[in-house]
Write a protein that binds this ligand. Sequence first.
Ligand code: HEC
Length: 229
Amino acid sequence: MNDDVRKYIYGALTVFVVGVLVWVGFLFVNACGFSLACNRGAFTVDRTPVPTLLPANLPVMQSGEMTAASDQCRVAAVDLLGAWVEAGSPETDAFQFVDVNGQNCESTFDEVKPLFIEANLWYSGSRSCVTCHGADVAAASAQLDLSTYAGITAGSRRADAESNGTDILGAGTWESSLLYDFVTTGKAGISGHDDIASNLLIFAGKALPVPDPTATPSPVVEATATPTP
Ligand code: HEC
């Protein structure tokens, strides 16, 4: 009788221990498979929950809608270039153009120049024109220096820094100019020209005050002298 009770107790204990081992084994195999090189239980590297280094790769703001002052004009970069060329490519004088909203606007060469100088402008990741068409005429692509006003107006294919070359501004006729051709048409095989976007919109210039045709000149009020007693 005593032996039977002992048998049951030992039996139950054995079943319990085997059960625990099987359960632990099951968990291990479940998590790690049959590999002993499993490190799922290893301590994880401590990290601060606060991201300290944010990746600085936010996309370039294409349409600076939020940064635009209310009297700024919005225009296709190509059209700004065109208006400047058609106005005789003035160095300091203002020239006028009509922006995408039909406003009459005014700008100067100061706002044209960045189109040649700035990288990442015509399209995301684009090189600036001056990386290839730099100040060193002999080394520049097409012997064209786009880094200064003098360089731009001196043209391309120049023999040296002193001489003028081919007019890239079409003698003031924008659509027949080399510049127009090279910024509006992708040139397959010419690096820097294979994917220039011609529809880039920029903010440039200032809106000119709209003359109000209904306004009547305010009558000049004659200042009446205060009568002295
Ligand atoms: C990666 C280099 C590179 C970049 C960037 C580049 N160009 Fe050029 N560009 C060239 C090369 C090379 C040629 C000559 C193509 C040829 O021989 O027909 C050329 C030719 C030209 C020409 C025609 C000159 C001629 O006499 O045939 C113009 C105009 C021009 N580029 C303007 C620009 C402008 C504007 C930009 C910037 C928006 C620009 N390029 C950016 C390499 C570049």
